[in-house]
Design a protein around this ligand. Structure first.
Ligand code: ACO
Length: 294
């Protein structure tokens, strides 16, 4: 009888025909039209996150953070998965009994999925194209926006093999989903679709898979028309105030608004006022000011 492994067709890791930045073993980076596509690239393992992927991702994202040729980072997966979570063989079993490797892998894993992505200086979008399990919830939550295929499959599967949603997955889901949904999915391990993820507000929206990339590009381009410094300050502020009291938030937002005023090279605030009040050429309520107009 043919074995499971022998009968399976192995999807090839994606090679890029576009501008490839640097070759990584487990991550593919493509740049086009000021969007960087950062692709978890172990499709034959459903993009399960190995220690090597964590190291590759750290390096790739650190480069993109200071790359002037891009405005938006889209994080996605090659093949039929976004990511099947931590690699149970390499990340868990493979580091058991090796405290140094466990420490390094854990640190690298947390660093790119949360520390770096949740504070990324450019806009980030998670494009969930398929399976998204366990630890992969962290990078979805860390991205500023998330869009999923209607039929993507999400699951907090940790419970199914006797662990809890660790790292900061439990913290992420309870902060993003309703308490009821976070508890339900964490303790049952039931899966939910991209469509359900959109209804639960874990992602901003879901679309048919055939339109996923086009819709993601549309969203990225819409954001690229806005003042990038204002976008950056706004996303930082929205995250920061979540953990503040009202007084702290009011103080912080005053200071942040002043900082934005002084650090915006195109002086968007002034341009916006002139175009609305003097030229009467746009409506701030209905869209962004014309950034090209002097
Ligand atoms: N860790 C290690 N290997 C994995 C993982 C994983 N998380 N997910 C998939 N793989 C490997 C499989 O072992 C298999 O390897 P093989 O070809 O060498 O046998 C290969 O990827 C393909 O996986 P299949 O199970 O054959 O793919 P299928 O499309 O049928 O199912 C699915 C995909 C549903 C994602 C399934 O692989 C699965 O349940 N994976 C585990 C998901 C999970 O529980 N993740 C949470 C991990 S814990 C955490 O993140 C904290």
């Amino acid at each position: 009888m043919a074995t499971r492994a022998a009968t399976k067709k192995r999807p090839a890791a994606r090679k890029s025909s576009k501008a490839v930045v640097k070759k990584f073993e487990t991550v593919l980076v493509e740049k086009k039209d000021r969007i960087a596509w950062v692709i978890m690239n172990r499709p034959e393992k459903r993009n399960a996150m190995s220690p090597q992927m964590h190291l590759d991702m750290n390096e790739a994202l650190e480069e993109l953070a200071i790359d002037d040729s891009i405005d938006v980072v889209v994080l996605t997966g090659a093949g039929k998965a976004f990511s099947a979570g931590q690699d149970i063989r390499l990340y868990f079993r493979g580091t058991t009994g090796d405290p140094a490797l466990r420490y390094k892998s854990k640190k690298a894993s947390h660093h790119w999925r949360w520390t770096t992505l949740s504070r990324f200086p450019k806009l980030t979008i998670a494009m969930v194209n398929g399976y998204c399990f366990g630890g992969a919830f962290t990078q979805v939550t860390a991205c500023d926006l998330a869009i999923a295929a209607d039929d993507a499959i999400f699951g907090l599967s940790e419970i199914n093999w006797g662990i809890l949603p660790g790292g900061i997955v439990s913290w992420n889901v309870v902060n993003t989903l309703s308490f009821r949904d976070a508890m339900y999915y964490a303790i049952t391990g039931d899966t939910f679709t991209g469509k359900e993820a959109a209804n639960m507000r874990f992602v901003n929206k879901s679309v048919p898979k055939a339109r996923l990339k086009a819709e993601t590009i549309k969203l990225a381009k819409k954001m690229m028309r806005k003042n990038p410094v204002a976008v950056r300050y706004t996303k930082e502020a929205v995250r920061a105030v979540r953990e503040m009291s009202e007084n702290q938030a009011a103080d912080y937002l005053n200071a942040k608004s002043d900082a934005l005023k002084w650090s915006d090279p195109e002086n968007g605030r002034q341009k916006g006022m002139v175009q609305f009040l003097d030229d009467k050429s746009y409506r701030p309520g209905l869209g962004e000011y014309n950034r090209k107009k002097k």
